[in-house]
Write a protein that binds this ligand. Structure first.
Ligand code: PLP
Length: 392
């Protein structure tokens, strides 16, 4: 994966330009609903998409557009459209592209709310959904070969950090003319660019690493222009748009994306190795570990392994209950990708909407701990884990 500049330079400078009226380096927050025209001809031309411009901020807004353009550039995508949350992006993408009698193929370990779209929402509209075992590439390829309109993937997955061979599965989907969608939230555009691996669309919950500070919700879809336009038209009608202030917070966060991700990659790898060697830890899930079954694929398609790891204690659920509150630097909360370390049992975070049986079927152990590293000093985080484990 080669870029002309490094990830931090890209994060800071991509599409940055001095504001032409004020000379401000930082883009303005355009808190505004409607845009005034001087004549009806111009208004008509903008309305018919024959001239650039904004009419109404549910449809487009200059601050929001800059965020979209910046994510598209980071993902090497032709185009992007943004949403109020990651789930709005995912739901809108699926509902815009699917219709009755069409088939969709996905994997069991998709984000909990996404999984429920495939099992509960889409079937209500006559869409057939094939949910495959996440680590069985042959089963996924067989489901694709039976014909589908959409292949929807996530890698690494939440919370067991399974790795899918994206190029291989995308190729299989393109052989049957399917649209390929990858939720790239866990990797971030710094570690993985699914468009380069052939994906048609890439989705982010911008709430996580893109936002990075736990203070803003957002979602974005980028990729092939014609598909993004279809999704944008659906968003215009249904209205889950990102607002200008959130877009501004996200733009500010994107400048430190390279810096944050590099730090979180390094910290997560160090802590994963530490935990793997600890006698009270039963198992560690992190694609950067040589012991991880998807490590070789991850090395091929990722340039860093991300800021999230999970692990199980030998004492299981019982040990977890006393271990988690002992951590000084990890908030017990349902988020990931922010500058503070956040920790939680998967049963209460990514998979809270699922029943215990569904979690078991998805291979999510009840005692699994998801640990999303922040930007604290790794020595402090390791000492914190060590102290809490010593008492467990
Ligand atoms: C959090 C998350 C989502 C949902 O995003 P929201 O912004 O919370 O709606 C989707 N996919 C993944 C992988 C996530 O981690």
């Amino acid at each position: 994966m080669s870029h002309s500049q490094g990830p931090s330079t890209r994060s800071v400078h991509l599409l940055s330009q001095v504001d032409p009226t004020t000379r401000a380096i930082v883009p303005p927050i355009v808190e505004n609903v409607a845009y005034a025209f001087e004549d009806l001809e111009t208004w008509r031309a903008v309305a018919l998409h024959q001239a650039p411009g904004d009419i109404y901020s549910r449809n487009s807004n200059p601050t929001t557009r800059l965020f979209e353009q910046k994510v598209a550039a980071l993902e090497m995508a032709q185009s992007a459209t943004s949403f109020a949350t990651g789930m709005a992006a995912i739901s809108s993408t699926l509902l815009a592209l699917l219709s009755p009698q069409k088939r969709a193929v996905t994997v069991r370990d998709a984000y909990g709310a996404t999984f429920l779209h495939f099992t509960q929402i889409l079937p209500r509209f006559g869409v057939t959904c094939e949910v495959c075992q996440t680590d069985d590439h042959q089963a996924i390829e067989a489901a694709i070969a039976a014909g589908c309109r959409v292949l929807y993937l996530e890698s690494p997955t939440n919370p067991t950090l399974k790795v899918l061979d994206l190029a291989r599965l995308i190729q299989a989907a393109h052989r049957v003319g399917a649209v390929t969608i990858v939720d790239n939230t866990f990797a971030s555009p710094i570690n993985q660019n699914p468009i380069v691996l052939g994906a048609d669309l890439v989705i982010h919950s911008a709430t996580k690493f893109l936002g990075g500070h736990g203070d803003v919700l957002g979602g974005v879809v980028c990729g092939r222009q014609d598909l993004v336009e279809e999704i944008f038209r659906y968003r215009e009608l249904t209205g889950p748009s990102l607002d200008a202030h959130s877009a501004y917070l996200l733009l500010r966060s994107l400048k430190t994306l390279g810096l944050r991700i590099q730090r979180q990659n390094e910290t997560a790898l160090t802590l994963a190795r530490f935990l793997e060697g600890h006698p009270k830890v039963a198992r560690v899930y992190y694609p950067g570990l040589e012991s991880h079954p998807g490590h070789q694929i991850a090395r091929r398609q990722m340039s860093g392994f991300g800021g999230v790891l999970s692990f199980e204690l030998k004492g299981g659920m019982q040990a977890l209950v006393s271990f988690l509150p002992r951590l000084r630097y990890a908030y017990m909360a349902a988020n990931l990708g922010q500058v503070e370390t956040v920790v939680g049992p998967s049963a209460l975070t990514s998979h809270v909407e699922l029943s215990a049986e569904e979690r078991a079927a998805s291979g999510v152990p009840e005692g699994l701990i998801r640990y999303a590293v922040g930007i604290e000093d790794v020595e402090d985080l390791q000492a914190d884990l060590e102290a809490a484990l010593a008492q467990s």
